[in-house]
Design a protein around this ligand. Structure first.
Ligand code: NAX
Length: 328
């Protein structure tokens, strides 16, 4: 077996953590021949509960789990890590304004960005799942000046997977028949799942379905508001699916995208498709040798343009708010 890959997970004692850790430890991320060492970060009051989770990890006797370290200090936990999955975040409490939420999360993601900057491995790759994911990623990235900005990303893969699954259900196709799905913009209700480039068995999905009303009034809201529907049904937010998408995102980053397909990742904009440079926005990306590239040259119709612009405008507002708070 090769040297263990060190994977940090924050918010490790939370709901998503409870699914994510076991998937990583069992080899879902790097396969059966690559050992992993888990570095788990929590806030001090949650460490006891995290110890319980570690006992369960021990009890699984996973052949690929080479070690587990836990702690409440990012500078210790992130030391030498190759991947950082930043899941722990401050949820919106009752009466909390968006500015308060951004500020509270700035208090988490600014120090975590600094710690990664100081102690992570040279090949560090960061995935932010904790909400507001895009802007939290921007905060972490802005506080890590020595790490290439391209190493920071936010999760829109859950939205991407939801978009594939809903399209498969509508068309009767298998999820594996669907290629080139894109989520554009923010991981929020303004996100735009794009059926004008997605293909079902090689045919453009929007042409195949040929029903703009369904696309606009059923499909897009179903994908964008799926998180709320899960909370309604389950009484708790998406956890196993969010963990699975976090694994998908990190695995694609490590292993690449197959020929003829792409995935959605929120990454730092270089101005592609008119998305303001510097925003962490979701794009269609291909990945090769651990580096992502935004798919270029897609034509956007007026409908897509307006949807993308609205979501990007929301990201720009969030960026301005965290700039105003001195977080970036
Ligand atoms: P939980 O509240 O169950 O767990 C969060 C954990 O983070 C808690 O154990 C808490 O102690 C810990 N934490 C808080 N501050 C921390 C810090 N400074 N350092 C380390 N740990 C810290 O939430 P869970 O359901 O696991 O969700 C985690 C995050 O994922 C939330 O922000 C949630 O909104 C977000 N989600 C993002 C999704 C996405 O697609 N990007 C979808 C699912 C999920 O809603």
């Amino acid at each position: 077996m090769s040297t263990p890959v060190k994977v940090a997970v924050t918010g490790a004692a939370g709901q998503i953590g409870y699914s994510l850790l076991f998937r990583i430890a069992s080899g879902s991320l790097f396969g059966p021949d690559t050992p992993v060492e888990l570095r788990l970060l929590e806030i001090t009051p949650a460490l006891k509960s995290l110890e319980g989770v570690v006992m369960e990890l021990d009890d699984c006797a996973f052949p690929t789990l080479a070690g587990v370290q836990i702690g409440d200090d990012p500078a210790t936990v992130f030391d030498g890590v190759n991947f950082a999955l930043l899941v722990g975040a401050r949820p919106r409490g009752p009466g909390m304004e968006r500015g308060d939420l951004l500020e509270a999360n700035g208090g988490i993601f600014a120090p975590q960005g600094k710690a990664l900057n100081d102690v992570a491995a040279d090949d560090i790759r960061v995935v932010v799942t904790g909400n507001p994911a895009n802007t939290n990623a921007l905060i972490a990235q802005s506080n890590a000046p020595d790490i290439p900005a391209s190493r920071f990303s936010a999760l829109t893969r859950l939205d991407h997977n939801r978009a594939i699954s809903q399209l498969a259900a509508k068309t009767g196709a298998a999820v594996t028949d669907i290629k080139k799905m894109t989520i554009w913009g923010n991981h929020s209700a303004t996100q735009y799942p794009d059926l004008f480039h997605a293909e079902v068995k090689g045919q453009i999905a929007a042409d195949l379905i040929n029903d703009q009303d369904w696309l606009e009034n059923t499909y897009i809201p179903t994908v964008a508001k799926r998180g709320a529907a899960i909370i309604d049904a389950r009484g708790a937010s998406s956890a196993a699916s969010a963990a699975s998408a976090t694994i998908d995102h990190a695995r694609t980053w490590a292993q690449g995208t197959p020929d003829g397909d792409w995935v959605s990742m929120a990454v730092k904009s270089d101005g592609s498709y008119g998305v303001a440079e510097g925003l962490i926005s979701s794009f269609p990306v291909t990945v090769k040798d651990g580096e992502w590239q935004i798919v270029q040259g897609l034509e956007l119709n007026d409908f897509s343009r307006a949807k993308i612009d609205a979501s990007v405008a929301e990201l720009a507002e969030e960026r301005d708010a965290v700039k105003g708070l001195g977080l970036i």
